[in-house]
Ligand binder design. Structure first.
Ligand code: GAL
Length: 681
């Protein structure tokens, strides 16, 4: 059994940068003492240590890392050892400028920052292969080695000649002939047809970006090339340490906390053993409620859990504030425990931090850390971290548990790219990821578990699949929708669905036939509204406001359950329901607020067994998430509000965090979190 498999603790600790403190042995000594005191057990090391590991070309220094590995082992800790490709030493940039990126304007980037390396550069590939081989040979059998952390937050793109050549190769493999490429890209448009492969270049912001198939293929290529580089990095690690799991830290897009936009993580996930990600919500901000933000955090955690249908890791989070939000506010008392437990509640087996010790200089010297410049265990942040460490020890029996959901929301990266590129509708109001998060919000409000999956997922295990705004929809996805619904599933889709195929070419002959059959309607027109325009929907005796998009529909076999109230399409269907085979397909033609989604999903939840039957009387700001083993169920009850809350649940329980018994009436203080253990019978 590997160290990873044997580990029965939840992971607590984080990014440790001893390479910044090698001249301060007393600090490194103190770190070990504080690691133990903070109940930390796992450290990610080496992400940015290339200039300490190889200060001059071919001159390697591993002694310091040997000592760090041994020291962490001596206190019973795990090491997640990183490959250092996220930042390269200056000698390399100077001697081999090809390792640096060229931006889309074809400007060569200069040395500086990090994440500034070309994924195609043969020299960079050669150098990282040498480094990674040395790391695996030296530490592959080290007893502290727990997991490989490949590079850091892979992202970005390069437009150098190597990348252009690789892009052309990738296109040749994909299309075989220029004729097929020109057809797929609708290239005669504005005279873009190519007569030789060498004419093709990556899209540039100072050149032509109007050929949508070209843009979409470039984005696919960037994902491909990033994964190709990652695969290159792990070759020797896989070969020499097949039993050590491999991860790389994924991200979210930050201000809005929506899924990461520029890489198709659905594809990348297939190549990693354990999903891990870095989560930095702006708690206590001034533009949304704590519950609004908590729901978005929940969405992305659910997405990462769903990728492999097993527990994931939080690789980075902050114990207090960060340094790169517009305003870097500290966590209020109670928030650190609550936000840490939320990760675990959605399926993480860790809460790891960036960073262990606050650096003394450079851009992250004011970023939150477990150990501050005061080097003390007395301050509030250290005490908060220690409290999380103690709580994780008390609840460690949940490690490895999982909760399968009956509801899936489909997130499709290619659809998002194509929709953002589409010149039509309104660029400001497309908001595909945010729309998915609004639909998710109903389920979060009602404590119903959700998985967030790609359009390649096996849908048969779900009762309800929600696929809003599937502007780009492949024929095989339509076929899988058809078989899902015909076998008894419930499918919900919305406005701006069914426009283009995988090449971003529109479907011809009206709304795709297969969608017409599934939904029992045909889409005639989509009206895009100005930001201040409103329409109304009538549903029974209630009316609901509509904004941004209104689809004009023609009924086939579907029934209309909601009508428009205004404009030239007043009294025509806005929301429809169709019986198709054993199941039903709902089409929400207009963009509504959460008020209408609450009503429609309430109806769907009543017709199925989706509702969380354990919560008798919930509260929209108190989130309940469960994790299960076959015999046991655990419920996290989390108050994401600034006031006291009461909820009622179906059974008595034991709170593992405080070791106290709880009856069915649960009273929660602001930001309070409970982890309740139930016996299933
Ligand atoms: C992450 C990165 C870390 C650190 C952190 C600060 O994106 O991986 O190295 O910079 O942000 O929040």
């Amino acid at each position: 059994m590997t160290r990873y498999e044997l580990e029965d603790r939840l992971l607590h600790g984080g990014d440790y940068n001893p390479d910044q403190w090698l001249d301060h042995p007393e600090i490194l000594e103190k770190d070990l003492e504080l690691m133990k005191k903070s109940k930390s057990n796992t450290f990610s090391i080496g992400m940015f240590s290339w200039s300490q590991l190889e200060p001059r070309e071919g001159e390697f220094h591993f002694e310091w890392l040997d000592k760090v590995m041994d020291d962490i082992y001596s206190i019973g800790g795990n090491v997640i050892l990183a490959t250092p490709s996220g930042a390269r030493p200056a000698w390399m940039s100077k001697k081999y400028p090809e390792v640096l990126r060229t931006n889309d304007k074809r400007e060569k980037m200069l040395h500086g920052g990090r994440h500034n390396h070309c994924f195609s550069s043969p020299v960079y590939r050669e150098k990282i292969a040498i480094m990674n081989q040395k790391l695996v040979e030296r530490y592959g059998n080290h007893p502290a080695l727990f997991m490989w952390h490949i590079s850091n937050e892979y992202s970005g793109e390069c437009h150098c000649d190597y990348c252009q050549a690789n892009f052309r190769e990738w296109l040749k493999n994909k299309y075989g002939s220029l004729k097929s490429l020109n057809d797929a890209w609708w290239a005669p448009f504005w005279s873009h047809a190519y007569s030789d492969w060498s004419e093709i270049e990556s899209p540039s912001s100072i050149g032509e970006t109007m050929v949508h198939g070209h843009n979409l293929d470039w984005k696919r290529f960037v994902t491909h090339q990033t994964i190709d580089f990652y695969e290159h990095e792990i070759k020797d690690l896989r070969r020499l340490t097949p039993e050590v799991p491999i991860t790389t830290n994924f991200m979210a897009d930050t201000h809005d906390l929506i899924p990461f936009q520029s890489l198709d993580y659905g594809q990348f996930a297939k190549h990693v053993d354990v999903i891990s990600w870095d989560c930095y919500p702006a708690w206590h901000n001034d533009w949304e409620t704590t519950a609004d933000l908590a729901s978005k955090v929940g969405f992305i955690n659910d997405q990462y859990r769903s990728m492999k249908q097993k527990p994931f890791l939080i690789m980075e989070s902050t114990p207090s504030g960060v340094n790169w939000h517009d305003v870097n506010k500290m966590k209020r008392p109670g928030m650190h425990l609550l936000s840490s437990m939320q990760f675990i509640a959605h399926g993480s087996d860790s809460n790891l931090y960036f960073q262990w010790r606050k650096s003394r200089g450079s851009s992250e010297k004011f970023h939150g850390a477990v150990v501050d410049h005061d080097n003390s265990e007395e301050n509030r942040v250290f005490q908060d971290v220690k409290a999380v460490g103690e709580a994780l020890e008390k609840i460690k029996e949940i490690k490895g548990s999982y909760k399968a959901a009956k509801v899936a929301i489909l997130y499709d990266w290619e659809n998002n790219w194509a929709l953002n590129d589409a010149q039509g509708f309104s660029n400001a109001s497309k908001r595909y990821p945010q729309t998915l998060q609004e639909h998710y919000r109903y389920f979060w409000n009602h404590d119903i578990a959700v998985e967030v999956v790609t359009s390649e997922a096996d849908l048969s295990k779900y009762d309800l699949v929600i696929a809003p705004m599937m502007y780009l929809i492949r024929e095989d996805v339509m076929a899988r929708f058809a078989s899902f619904v015909s076998q008894g599933g419930i499918l919900v889709s919305t406005y701006i669905t069914g426009y283009v195929n995988e090449n971003d070419l529109t479907y011809l002959g009206g709304w795709p036939q297969q969608l017409q059959e599934i939904f029992g309607i045909s889409v005639k027109e989509t009206d895009t509204l100005y930001p201040n325009d409103r329409n109304q929907l009538r549903y029974g005796a209630q009316t609901f406001e509509v904004k941004d998009y209104c689809t004009i529909l023609e009924l086939g076999t579907a029934e209309s359950i909601v009508y428009y109230e205004e404009d030239f399409y007043a009294k025509t269907p806005a929301v429809t329901k169709n019986n198709y085979g054993q199941g039903q397909a709902y089409f929400i033609g207009a963009r509504t607020g959460l008020d209408f989604l609450e009503v429609i999903y309430d109806q769907i939840a009543k017709e199925t067994t989706l509702a969380n039957s354990w919560v008798i009387k919930g509260d929209k700001e108190v989130s309940v998430q469960s994790r299960d083993f076959d015999e046991e169920s655990y419920y996290f009850v989390m108050n994401f509000s600034e006031s006291n809350k009461m909820i009622e649940v179906a059974s008595e329980s034991l709170d593992l965090i405080t070791n106290t018994s709880k009856d069915c009436q649960l009273e929660l203080k602001p930001y309070e979190v409970l982890l309740l253990k139930l016996k299933q019978n």
